[in-house]
Design a protein. Sequence first.
Length: 167
Amino acid sequence: MAKNKKTKKKAAGKKSEPSMTIVTENRKAKHRYEILDSVECGLMLIGSEVKSMRDGKMSLDEAYIRVKDNELWLIGSDIAHYKNAGMWNHDPRRPRKLLVHRREYDKFAGRAHERGLTLIPLRVYFNSRGIAKCVMGLVKGKKLHDKREALKKRDSDRGLQRAMRRG
């Protein structure tokens, strides 16, 4: 009995680090775009979408963010059907509203509209409280020669790492 009380006290005294469960990441974004700034925003979802996202069934490959009526919308993301939802399932490619503070909206939407920059989703995850969040990036498209430069730099860095490991 005394052993159980001690372990309970230790477990209660320890603080667990906040966990973040990544659902999906836009890997091609770093290759295609130069990321200038990013901000975290919420997502308006329905139940079957959340269940499907918890299974990891979301894609951001062709997704982008548009401004309509002073609101931000995530367009082109694909959340697969949740098999146990039955007739209450969702449309996989429907536009989803993004939730941001007014000052963040003014900062990002204004800059994207004025300078010809683009808003894209970089990552979608569940925070420590279990709330779905999206990291939105303000990006500028890379030219072909910039992409080639990045690939050359990455290859040379890998070669240096290998050489250093070999000794």
